[in-house]
Write a protein that binds this ligand. Structure first.
Ligand SMILES: NC(=O)c1ccc[n+]([C@@H]2O[C@H](COP(=O)([O-])OP(=O)(O)OC[C@H]3O[C@@H](n4cnc5c(N)ncnc54)[C@H](OP(=O)(O)O)[C@@H]3O)[C@@H](O)[C@H]2O)c1
Length: 221
């Protein structure tokens, strides 16, 4: 797998948490907020030393994998052209208190699919949305550790899925293939997977339970 550069959109709690873990895993990390990178230089040097603050355009252009960690209601500020053909990892969730009313969610079966309507040519995966930002570091373990936490990965493209499975593993978690992007409903807010913490067997069992009857555990593309 040739993933070398991670481009993170969002320099908040999740973005900087993912950046720290990705740096430990040996990735080159670019991180952007919505404005001038000079505004986040200091916070990045403190919160994710070794990451480079860049513009969103630079992050998207240079990344092998683009991580979306912006508030969900900002999804229309993402640039569809810059994300066309890119491998993209959606870590976002819907929280009414933060995001307000989002009627467009009613037309999509998952928040990732809603985001995909805005960036239709992105090759999107969903993961890391079902772990608290602080747990990215606290719960990370080396491969093979008895208490290693498992996280689910859903994606429609095999290459994207493989990249994100590897990324999650390198961050310090057992990565479990949840099949198609639409299966991400199994680990959105309100589900047992979202609220719990599982090893691989437990996570697979919860995925099966959630998706039983939908026949969507097989991969496509
Ligand atoms: N908090 C958690 O534990 C947790 C866990 C898993 C997933 N999530 C999800 O992850 C996402 C981020 O959460 P958070 O807690 O990290 O939010 P946050 O602390 O509020 O940070 C949001 C960041 O997004 C940036 N941003 C907004 N629009 C942007 C754009 N178009 N391009 C680049 N950056 C942009 C903001 O920059 P400006 O200040 O310049 O606008 C800010 O740096 C949310 O969807 C959340 O639901 C959160």
């Amino acid at each position: 797998m040739s993933t070398k550069t991670i481009g993170i959109l969002g320099a908040g709690k999740v973005g900087t948490g993912v950046a720290r873990q990705a740096l430990k895993a040996g990735y080159r990390v670019l991180i952007a907020a919505s404005g001038d990178p000079k505004k986040i230089d200091l916070i990045i040097s403190v919160m994710a030393p070794g990451a480079t603050a860049v513009t969103a355009e630079e992050a998207m252009a240079q990344a092998d994998l683009v991580v979306l960690s912006v508030p969900l209601h900002k999804f229309r500020t993402l640039d569809p052209a810059a994300l066309a053909g890119k491998h993209v990892l959606d870590t976002m969730n819907f929280w009414h208190d933060t995001n307000g009313d989002m009627p467009e969610l009613e037309d999509a079966s998952s928040s990732s699919e809603m985001v995909l309507t805005h960036i239709p040519e992105a090759h999107m995966a969903k993961s890391l949305n079902h772990i608290g930002y602080h747990e990215l570091e606290l719960d990370a373990r080396p491969a093979g550790a008895a208490d290693r936490r498992a996280l689910a990965v859903a994606a429609d493209y095999d290459e994207t899925r493989a990249m994100v499975l590897e990324f999650v593993e390198r961050l310090g978690f057992d990565a479990v293939d949840a099949g198609l992007l639409t299966n991400g409903t199994a680990f959105e807010p309100g589900t047992p997977i979202f609220t719990g913490s599982y090893d691989t067997a437990g996570l697979e069992s919860e995925l099966d339970a959630h998706l039983a009857g939908r026949g969507e555990l097989t991969a496509a593309a």
